[in-house]
Design a protein. Structure first.
Length: 237
């Protein structure tokens, strides 16, 4: 029985003959092989879409993929997708084509078919807004973006290369602020697990909120997409 007062949890050891029901993970973004499909992926939103393209291929579904990202080099699985599926796949990096509009993303939405979209919030918002202008029947989407900031307090980051001091307000990330001044700073998941935004800390006390760095790494580095600070951080940027 659980102790409702937040104390110990008493475990009941399984005995021979006990019945145990195990439920698998719930998939809130399933692919349904029911008519033609357009897949739209942004950045690492390709992860669930990749599995869907394989399922669509196996099911004999008529499908196309539009895959966007900042640049080819920042987009995983590009080569695999192009080699395996050829003309079914449109790789559309922003640095080659510009930021896509809803019409760009949905140009191949199939009449009477479905659109599956996974990517950053801005892309999902565009697709949701533009979907009504298509003749597709259904839109399925999964949001992939920065998590909400919990208990955020303002702090400052200083860029060591220029000495600039950038204030970070309670409801924005250091990455967002830094990228307004330094667009070359790389990032991907914005959720503290891919490690792309890893940055060396020259001084200050980071409030590490990631799921990636080891204690050793945290002595010198931080993930600026989620981690914060008390006071000022000087970053090796
Ligand atoms: S962008 Fe992935 S950890 Fe920061």
């Amino acid at each position: 029985m659980p102790d409702g007062g937040g104390g110990s949890l008493e475990m009941h050891a399984l005995q021979p003959g006990d019945t145990v029901t195990v439920r698998g993970p719930r998939n809130g973004f399933p692919f349904v092989a029911d008519g033609p499909a357009l897949f739209v992926a942004g950045g690492i939103g390709i992860t669930p879409i990749l599995a869907m393209t394989r399922a669509a291929e196996l099911a004999g579904t008529d499908w196309l993929l539009v895959y966007t990202g900042r640049s080819r080099s920042a987009m995983p699985f590009v080569r695999e997708l192009e080699q395996r599926y050829g003309a079914r796949v449109f790789i559309r990096p922003d640095d080659e084509y510009g930021i896509p509009t809803a019409a760009d993303l949905l140009a191949a939405a199939p009449i009477g078919g479905a659109v599956y979209c996974c990517g950053p919030t801005s892309m999902l918002d565009a697709v949701r807004t533009g979907f009504d202008d298509t003749d597709a029947r259904a839109l399925h989407f999964e949001r992939f973006g920065a998590p909400p900031i919990v208990d955020g307090r303002p702090f400052e980051v200083q860029l060591a290369s220029t000495g600039e001091v950038l204030p970070v307000s309670a409801d924005e990330s250091a990455l967002d602020v830094i990228r307004r001044h330094r667009t070359d700073v790389a990032y991907s998941c914005r959720q503290g697990f891919c490690g792309t935004c890893r940055t060396r800390v020259l001084s200050g006390n980071p409030d590490h909120r990631d799921n990636r760095l080891t204690d050793d790494e945290r002595r010198e580095e931080m993930l600026v997409c989620v981690s914060r600070a008390d006071g000022r951080l000087v970053l090796d940027l």
